[in-house]
Write a protein that binds this ligand. Sequence first.
Ligand SMILES: *Cc1c(COP(=O)(O)O)cnc(C)c1O
Length: 398
Amino acid sequence: MPGFELWSDVERKHLNDVVQNGVLMRYGFDGNRNGHWKAKELEAAINDYYGCKYSQLVSNGTAAVTLALLALGVGYGDEVIIPTFTFVASFEAVISVGAVPVLVDVDDTLTLSPAAVKAAITSKTKCIMPVHMCGSMADLDALQAICTEHNLVLVEDACQAIGGTYHGKKLGSIGDAGTFSFDYVKTMTCGEGGVVMTNREDVYISCDGYSDHGHDHKGVDRGADLHPIIGYNYRISELHAAVGLAQIGRVNEFLAIQRKNQAALKAILSTVPQISFRRVPDEAGDSCSFLSWFLPNGEIANAVVEELKAQGILAGNFYWYNNNWHYIRKWDHLKNAKTLSSLSPELKEKVIHHATKDFSVSDAVMSRCISTAISLLWTEQQIKEKGEKIVAAVKKFI
Ligand SMILES: *Cc1c(COP(=O)(O)O)cnc(C)c1O
């Protein structure tokens, strides 16, 4: 999965450009930069490679999700539909803009179930935010149809699916806005960083201004910029953008290795008829950063996980059902609305409501699922050994 595994002279060269001239900020200081505009160049490269009209780099993926919601006007009282299997950033971002996170079930795609989304729509729903977890995508045709029918906006959290596609279009470029994280463990990394991608000029202008204290960025003199809106600071630094600029040129290389390694591992696990695989709405578009597989039931999955742990080979295999960061079951801080500052009483009530909601549909999927992270460094021999050990562990319990 992570681009950091293949750290190289390309990253060192781009970083060195910035280190040499000492301009660490993305805006201004034109005279000192020696022509190096790493953030600007990376945004242009993102537009080109990921097929979107506009992109705004920010300090991390959580900021990107937050900014996408803000730029689409999601705020007080609005409900945002997000999946039960995601990363905590999804509900953090929604709550931070004063909106209501509405968590709904996932299906065997490990992403939002369109049927569950339909059932969750109310007069307050403003946005659907699918999260393309573990390298593969949500059923975007079905979700887009729901958005059109109910006049909702679609935000794709593609933080974990960099380079994946759906019907030929890059994930993150399809909704009203899409986001990537470039944190240290993502397919391409900046160390820390993120981006909002959009084809809507209005959304881009809002992202550009808000992420830099509301500056309109129209003047040549930063001090003379006007501030049409109250903004915030989500800026990325030139150092981080330099790493991203190196990595984006290598994404094709990373994806090719991921696809090859995932296929090799899948071929081994496929020899066990009781193992099935995550449904991928567009197989050709899987970024293959993970291989997600199902066992016949939760008891067997749990036993296999315990067996892998006992053998010291659990690392890289994720049992999300028991995970603190990614699945609703262990999110007591959300269910108890544990925030630092107080929420409005109505928002708090709707957040706490998740403690008593029935998520048995998600449980039935997630309790059977194990995801194996695909390394860029594996040799063919290592894949064979890993696969055979997993198969042996599974065969003990079926
Ligand atoms: C990594 C991630 C984020 C947040 O990214 P950060 O850069 O770590 O803030 C958001 N959503 C998903 C699905 C992620 O995996």
